[in-house]
Ligand binder design. Structure first.
Ligand code: BMA
Length: 329
């Protein structure tokens, strides 16, 4: 299926909102764009990150293999929709440390800061914590010190330094499926030593906004707008059939992102399509990647569906901001 006509002039993948739809964010008509068996070894490919690269796009994909070992693979695309994913996982070289042990890697995020593409992911080191690596070309990757002690997940870098320091959101957790979780921010002068940990956002009360009352975690890298940092995040409710993952958005202060200016009470997207409701883990819509164009007022958001496939959704940045401001907790 072709993208809509105006994607020819768009710097990111794009389809206009379907006629008659009143959704703030709408799905690509040919979702899921990456099926579970897109490479020979994969059991599932989901929660993955993308970025502009050399006139096209590069991505880091979470591919669980048929032994259900979790790992991250590089991939490339001309249009952001059709992807060639490397069949072998990324092999890390030593970055700012010789300690690059890793029992598993999953849920990657990517940002470009100055001259390097930085990857963060959930790294297995005596349980889950936040792994960091950089690359210049998506061929050689240099792994750095883990950002935090275990257990932690959803480590998401800001795309520029804040007050002269690297900044990262994360979600301290446990070694299991974690029935709790709030978002914190930490700073580093050098991508090695992290501190100045501050609380950003906590779960909601069930009666205020139930979809985000069990745990929350940052999604893709925040986007700087006139209102502040636009952060997409996942929120979880524990139902009688288990966790259900939806997505909301918040706007954080530009110079002190621990200050939440607005936060959506209703979700922006929830698992409502069959490929989000049915898969290895039902009812999961998990945002990890984003492409944006401020001048064209567009985002293309990449998310995992039911821990099995990758989907894309689109939206206008100005409409998302209005929605968050007008429906803020
Ligand atoms: C979390 C992570 C995610 C996954 C989610 C739902 O703990 O493992 O990768 O999408 O659970 O299973």
């Amino acid at each position: 299926m072709m993208l809509e006509e105006n994607s020819k002039i768009s710097s990111i993948p794009w389809q206009d909102r379907p006629k008659g739809s009143n959704e703030i964010m709408w799905r690509y008509s040919n979702n899921p764009i990456i099926k579970r068996n897109a490479i020979p070894s994969s059991n599932s490919i989901f929660n993955s990150a993308v970025i502009r690269f050399k006139g096209g796009y590069a991505g880091i994909f979470r591919c669980d293999n048929k032994s259900v070992q979790m790992n991250i693979h590089a991939g490339f695309s001309k249009d952001g929709i059709h992807w060639n994913i490397e069949h072998e996982p990324i092999v890390m070289e030593e970055g700012n440390t010789t300690m690059i042990a890793s029992d598993y890697k999953y849920d990657p995020r990517i940002v470009l800061i100055e001259d390097k593409y930085w990857i963060t992911w959930c790294n297995g080191y005596h349980g889950p914590t936040i792994g960091i690596a950089y690359t210049y070309d998506f061929e050689k990757f240099y792994q750095c010190e883990n950002a935090f002690l275990p257990f932690n997940r959803n480590g998401v870098l800001f795309p520029k330094k804040i007050n002269g320091k690297y900044a990262m959101l994360s979600r301290p957790s446990d070694n299991g499926h974690t029935p709790f979780g709030d978002i914190y921010i930490s700073y580093s002068p050098d991508m090695k030593y992290w501190g100045e940990h501050r609380s950003v956002m906590k779960i909601t009360k069930f009666e205020d906004s139930a979809w985000q009352c069990t745990k929350i975690g940052a999604g893709p890298a925040p986007i700087l707008t006139d209102e502040g940092w636009l952060l997409f995040y996942h929120g979880v409710i524990n139902t009688c059939n288990g966790f259900r993952y939806s997505m909301g958005a918040a706007i954080l202060d530009e110079n002190d992102p621990s200050i939440v200016k607005y936060r959506s009470q209703p979700y922006l997207m929830a698992p409502t399509e069959i490929y989000e409701q049915v898969g290895d883990v039902p009812n999961v819509l998990f945002p990890c990647g984003i492409l944006h164009d401020i001048a064209q007022d567009k985002v293309a958001l990449y998310y995992g569906g039911a821990d099995t496939v990758v989907g894309v959704a689109f939206g206008h940045i100005s409409e998302i901001i209005e929605f968050v401001k007008n429906n803020s907790l």
